[in-house]
Design a binder for this molecule. Structure first.
Ligand code: AHN
Ligand code: ZN
Length: 323
């Protein structure tokens, strides 16, 4: 009898403890999410564009790298500079620089955020063929993803999330062979991320997932579910697009299949084995796909919308601070 009562007490006690542990856990997870400043992100984009096109082997490229490294250090990140000579499809030797910033590097529970910071040496989609040999200014194609991630880095410095965060700015993404090139060259795009995936900055490197931002600042941009992302990281695409929808950004984040786009996330998935998704402006139903400014001399600040930056940045902050 006495034994039965003590067993019963034990069970009651265990149940009570379990409930209080659960409520403590749910209190902890009720985190507040910082407010994304689109003014700040816009400023970081302007700053990059003011250097001019960030084409590898140019002074603008070097000056912009210095600026990005300094900014990330100011936000308290631990920096690793991966500098390497890479050979482009046409034989050009590129002084490439992947910029790797870690927040709370001691944490094992981590996520990766990335964007390319270089710009394209040729405007090969410009309607005027005379512009072919002019470099792309890359307000959207390059600077927008970096600008959003710099603002997220600033927010992390003010109020760190539970999860450790790595931010990588990949170089030499946009040096791929033009469509009119005389032969097909495999893997001519994304040289910086290909190099990183084969030469990880820490080993082993197993973040939960990676998110790529590419062309995330244009007015009225539409982000469809990119198909490489969906095949390697459907859970993550669901998470991002559901978060955006719950925040009221379904005008931007369209929950339908987009294109199959060779981009940095392909190599992060395929070679580094980090399940990764690409948030990229590509409308499979429009004639221009990437937008009519893409790889033309018109990819300048007039193309950038604070409203679009806010939708992307806010969605990302909600994903990060709910980990
Ligand atoms: C291709 O056009 C093969 N991929 C697009 C990747 C890219 C270029 N993103 C920005 N610029
Ligand atoms: Zn490009």
């Amino acid at each position: 009898m006495i034994r039965n009562i003590s067993v019963l007490l034990c069970i009651i006690l265990m149940y009570a403890c379990r409930n209080s542990a659960q409520s403590a856990a749910s209190n902890e997870s009720a985190t507040t999410v910082p407010v994304f400043s689109s003014d700040s992100a816009y400023g970081y984009i302007q700053k990059q564009v003011d250097f001019g096109p960030r084409v590898p082997n140019t002074a603008a490229h070097r000056h912009c790298a210095d600026y990005l490294v300094t900014a990330l250090q100011r936000f308290g990140a631990t920096l690793i500079n991966q500098k390497v000579k890479l050979t482009a499809f046409n034989g050009d030797k590129l002084d490439a620089h992947n910029i790797i910033a870690s927040f709370s590097p001691e944490k094992t529970n981590r996520i990766l955020l990335f964007a390319h910071w270089d710009t394209r040496p040729w405007s090969d989609h410009d309607p005027d063929p005379k512009n072919f040999h002019r470099a792309v200014l890359g307000a959207n194609d390059g600077a927008s993803g970096v600008g959003v991630l710099l603002e997220i880095a600033r927010q992390i410095s003010l109020d760190p999330p539970q999860v450790g965060v790595d931010i990588i700015f990949f170089d030499a993404e946009d040096y791929g062979a033009p469509e009119n090139h005389h032969t097909y060259v495999a893997d001519s795009w994304c040289l910086g991320s290909q190099y990183w995936a084969k030469n990880l900055h820490v080993k082993p490197y197993n973040p939960k997932y990676g998110i790529l931002l590419d062309m995330v600042g244009a007015k009225d941009a539409k982000f469809y579910r990119e198909q490489i992302s969906d095949s390697y990281a459907r859970f993550l695409v669901d998470k991002i697009w559901n978060t955006a929808q719950n925040l009221g950004f379904d005008k931007y984040f369209i929950n339908a299949a987009g294109g199959i786009i060779t981009d940095d996330h392909l190599y992060v998935n395929q070679i580094a084995g980090v399940p990764s998704a690409n948030i990229i402006q590509y409308d499979p139903r429009s004639a221009h796909g990437f937008g009519d400014y893409w790889h033309t001399v018109n990819d300048d600040m007039r193309n950038i919308s604070k409203e679009t930056l806010f939708a992307v940045g806010t969605t990302l902050l909600h994903v990060i601070y709910n980990e």
